[in-house]
Design a protein. Structure first.
Ligand SMILES: Cc1ncc(C[n+]2csc(CCOP(=O)(O)OP(=O)(O)O)c2C)c(N)n1
Ligand SMILES: Cc1ncc(C[n+]2csc(CCOP(=O)(O)OP(=O)(O)O)c2C)c(N)n1
Ligand SMILES: [Mg+2]
Ligand SMILES: [Mg+2]
Lengths: 325, 310, 310, 325
């Protein structure tokens, strides 16, 4: 069945709520309005206002309510509308939820899911376009998933709701309308996927960057470069093994991140690969955004984001291949 | 006088009309939150401010910007992402900043304006200035509201907190998410003067703001005003609109702040053509500014941006 | 009966005495926040709870833990970082968790307990249970307080919010940082039943808790109790103590919750030796538990820890 | 003059407050009590309650008040008691302060300083021992400094207060009592320093890790390994040039971080170095903490933290040298 990512999210949530009545969903305008990004329409109608409800604009309370209810028998799914607002929810997530399993000496885990819409390209400006993955990637005890395709959105949300640990789901705004087949195979959290096999260079990304990398692979192929594209799908835990297996074959690694270089996951990935497979590497590099907030103006935002053209150009330049005329 | 205030409100109304048109034409991007219907709040409050005072507003901030003196052209250009925008097109509708006119900024995070004004109050304490925070009813449920009102009161900061209660936060009714339903009472619990006024009556808003600003300027600490008002249009570009009670919009349209002011002007003996002239002048100014902005260039992405102030 | 409550308070007092001693001996590490003087709050509130109810407390949480039934040995061992600690020594004094006894946790972040209980209330709503949040006067200025009390009221959650107002947050007087100075009034502004009680009178605390828990259990939503109390010791290991008003400590020592209860027991005709026996039993139980804990082993760092629940 | 780091912080703040009366200091218990870590005693006495004051427990308001006052003429210095509480202050810092300079099109910068005590080893448990550097390192527009020595604490606080941009100062709890000479030379933000020259391996760290690396250099020297130790001093901007210059000579890089590997700055540093100098590298690796919260129990916490012994052992193992008997 082909559907868009937005609907895949909704359907996965609905399926999980049918399967397990401990699952509840709350957030700002998720119920009556079906979500600002229309990722939750029809859920309050199907599951009722006890299990799906609108909340005050109180991100810290949302995260706290998720924590407290998760350790008391529910399986809450919370929507933090824009990923940028995760900073407001972070204390509970980091200092309560992520630490509980370990600190309690495994008395209980915290099965909660926090979903948020992330990323730029929507002309929403600097405060509605960030991807909070890097704020959270170092937080032990937390999982972070980041689907690029409808089927992964379905599978990762399924896995997130069933996971006994706190999971953050990053949903890229520019991917909500992207369509694709949706199946039913489990998608384990922490497993990357080779979405295009290739031999000459490994391009790793997540979310929108995966689509850009796939688009870039076409002109690269025309220039005689066969790119392997890997979709990380999860940022914590991160599947280094799949990346390293690929890089051992291609010897070249490009990581593409929609965010600044310093402190980003892309350079961290390069470091982890270098640590484990230095001898196999001929080249490693990143393509990231400039170190500024996201601009609003369309030409500025377009230039700010690493797109397919920039990826293709970067690979050609780094491999010393001149572009086909 | 009221005629002047009326003109300022028309200016905002005309501007928002233009922006809606430009949004539908694809010239304003992303999303946009229009101020239509709430004009009396920003105009009334800002009319009591002096040089050196400062204002922090929300993503629904065009009214506050224009009321503080931001030029329609620069504001329109910002919303269209042009290089002549008041922030060079970098900020966009939700994040307009115009320090030259005392606007610390429009803040895209609900509650952010409250913090910005609180901090500004700390600085203005030294100079006798006043800082104003505009925010919505929805923001009254946010941690920013509580922490900052308490902080401002404890430190006796010269801040005027202006809650524009337009009955909804996005698509959710205020009453459904606001325990007690009385935002003014919350402010009063922080031991600051707290008034509730008809936010569609620019003179009442102005009077309340005058009292509040005087209180703050005198060194007696913050004051709070809840303006009851209504937004005539949707929350932002996408809005089902289904949440409104039937007939509600019509009731509020009948109490349109522009209509209220025009009627009072007429009652007070202002000639109809004088009122019409004020309106025409305001609309013409906006139209000219917007027309200029539409012709303005986009910024050049090749110019490198600086991460840090040098 | 009161004798039972008295014994529970003595148990906490004895435990804290031991912990202070062990801290000075270097057996309890880092820092420690003792509950001495506030025993009536935890004992009074927890005495009305039932199986399945849940409590969230603060870094000053030994009282709540013991009142909920955490064994002195497991608690002492936790504070000394021993493997027999209720969290295996991983958590330490500020973060004790004992779900078996209904203690969601002690929360090192000011305000964190409020959120934890609010969330627990969401789950307990289904089962008729009640969640209790203990927190201090200082927490009433935090965003957690505001957002969670509002959230709980709006969702009609079965939560009892218990503010232990001991007049200071660390070294800062409550009155200096709390606008209005009336925490109960803040809670009332969220439209929930809000009572202020003598937090050193265990029977009054219990009565208020009973009413609040009934309200919550009935499905009428959250309720609030402000317990006026005092900590006899410093905030934590390092405390200049200079902030106390002269004579203040003595006044409060005269109203020691244990003294108050013992006097009432005597007034009510309980024999002196019965009171003494209850005290001795409580002290003996604690002494035995602590002695056992002192002999308990440290955890073995070679055992690998698991980041995630499987 | 020799003094401890705690006093160096205090003296630097006092000197800046004397120099510039726009500098104000506020936070929880910083005035009357002189700070929970005793880093600000005497300041309210010298500068008065208008410039130094105690606040409610309201981290978000503190960060917001710092922002608003900084764009309105003051130079606020805020103490967020423990770095763990930065999550509560983060929204204002990230979404207001860090973005203002760029987003306003350079209308104004935000000259504020947020100081916090960070790090483990104090038996404070998981919620009072974190280092929030990794939460913030990817935030464009923000600077992060992390002194290891009293003179750097002095110089970096001086620089932070004078800097027109928002600066986070990480003060490691275990370093407050560390003594050292304090001079008056400027310490530019974003400049690392070689604190021990060496030829065989480059060990990079910050804060407490620098001392551990220096201590490890002794047994390494005895084993015939001459370690170069670099103190990063700033995490954003990060001085890659100094690290790369060193690694080009030693060909081996070890980065030591008090925090988990995934999402940490250490692996990011390895990645950045690999990106720029892959051909010069014989080996790169990290020493970090396990991926759990910080344990409280002394033997657990000691084992959790990367110390001098672990560093020395790691270098010996990685270089294939057996330890001297
Ligand atoms: C912290 C935060 N949470 C959520 C949002 C998304 N959001 C934007 S406007 C809005 C409603 C705000 O309502 P109100 O405060 O009443 O202001 P109004 O829009 O009615 O003027 C919401 C939830 C946001 N911008 N910031
Ligand atoms: C969010 C947060 N800010 C600051 C602290 C440091 N701190 C620990 S206890 C305390 C005082 C709390 O006062 P109060 O709420 O009155 O509780 P009490 O200690 O008096 O029981 C502070 C500021 C903290 N733990 N968490
Ligand atoms: Mg509103
Ligand atoms: Mg207190």
């Amino acid at each position: 069945m082909s559907t868009d990512l937005r609907t895949a999210v909704r359907d996965a949530l609905a399926a999980e709520m049918r399967r397990d009545e401990r699952v509840v969903l709350f957030g700002e305008d998720v119920a009556a309005a079906g979500g600002v990004f229309k990722a939750t329409p029809g859920l309050v109608e199907e599951f009722g206002p006890e299990r799906v409800f609108d909340t005050p604009i109180s991100e810290l309370a949302l995260a706290g309510a998720a924590f407290g209810s998760a350790v008391s028998g529910l399986r809450p799914v919370v929507e933090i509308m824009f990923g940028d607002f995760m900073a407001l929810a972070m204390d509970s997530l980091v200092n309560q939820s992520a630490k509980y399993w370990y600190m309690s000496n495994e008395q209980a885990s915290v099965p909660l899911v926090i979903r948020c819409a992330v990323g730029g390209g929507g002309r929403f400006g600097a405060i509605h376009s960030q991807t909070p993955g890097t704020w959270l990637q170092s937080v032990a005890g937390l999982k972070i998933v980041a689907p690029a395709f409808p089927d992964d959105a379905r599978g990762l949300i399924e896995a997130a709701v069933r996971d006994p640990n706190p999971v953050v789901v990053l949903e890229h705004k520019r991917l909500y309308p992207v369509a694709g087949e949706v199946g039913s195979a489990p998608v384990p959290i922490g497993s990357a996927r080779v979405v295009r096999p290739g031999t000459d260079v490994t391009i790793v990304s997540a979310m929108r960057g995966v689509h850009d990398a796939l688009a870039a692979a076409e002109p690269l192929a025309a220039a005689g470069i066969d790119a392997e594209v890997i979709d990380l799908r999860s940022l914590r835990p991160l599947d280094h093994a799949t990346v390293i297996e690929s890089v051992r074959r291609t010897t070249r690694l490009l990581a593409i991140e929609e965010g600044p270089h310093l402190g980003g996951w892309a350079s961290g990935l390069l470091g982890a690969v270098a640590e484990l497979a230095l001898g196999d590497l001929d080249d490693v590099w990143t393509l990231t955004t400039p170190p500024t907030p996201m601009p609003y103006s369309p030409p500025l935002e377009d230039a700010y984001l690493p797109g397919a053209d920039a990826i293709a150009r970067s690979v050609l330049a780094r491999l010393g291949v001149s572009s086909p005329a | 006088g009221l005629l002047e205030l009326y003109g300022r409100m028309v200016r905002i109304r005309a501007f928002e009309d233009e922006m809606q048109r430009l949004f539908l034409r694809g010239e304003v991007h992303g999303t946009v939150h229009l101020y239509t219907g709430q004009e009396a709040c920003a105009v009334g409050v800002c009319s009591v401010l002096r040089d050196g005072d400062r204002v922090a507003a929300t993503y629904r901030g065009h009214g506050a910007a224009l009321a503080m003196g931001t030029a329609p052209r620069g504001l329109a250009a910002e919303l269209m992402g042009r290089s002549t925008g008041v922030c060079g097109g970098r900020a966009g509708s939700m994040n307009v900043i115009d320090l030259e006119h005392g606007l610390i900024g429009c803040f895209g995070i609900v509650g952010g304006s409250i913090a910005a004004a609180t901090g500004a109050g700390l600085a203005l304490q030294r100079s006798g200035g006043v800082a104003v925070a505009f925010f919505g009813d929805g923001a009254a449920n946010h941690g920013y509201f509580h922490e900052c009102l308490n902080f401002a009161r404890v430190c006796r900061l010269p801040v005027v907190f202006v809650c524009e209660n337009n009955l909804y936060g996005e698509f959710t009714p205020m009453q459904a998410v606001t325990a007690g339903g009385d935002i003014r009472a919350r402010a009063a619990a922080y031991d600051m003067p707290a008034e509730k006024v008809d936010g569609n009556d620019v003179e009442r808003v102005r009077a309340a703001a005058e009292a509040a600003a005087d209180h703050a300027r005198r060194g007696d600490g913050p004051a709070f005003i809840e303006c009851l008002t209504y937004r005539h249009l949707g929350h932002s570009k996408t809005d089902p609109g289904v949440y409104r009670r039937e007939g509600e919009l019509d009731e509020w349209l009948a109490r349109d702040p522009l209509t209220v002011a025009a009627a009072r002007l007429a009652d007070d003996g202002t000639a109809a053509d004088e009122i019409a002239a004020a309106e025409a002048a305001a609309r013409a100014e906006v139209a000219a500014g917007v027309a200029a902005a539409v012709a303005d260039p986009y910024p050049d992405p090749a110019i490198p941006a600086r991460e840090y102030a040098p």
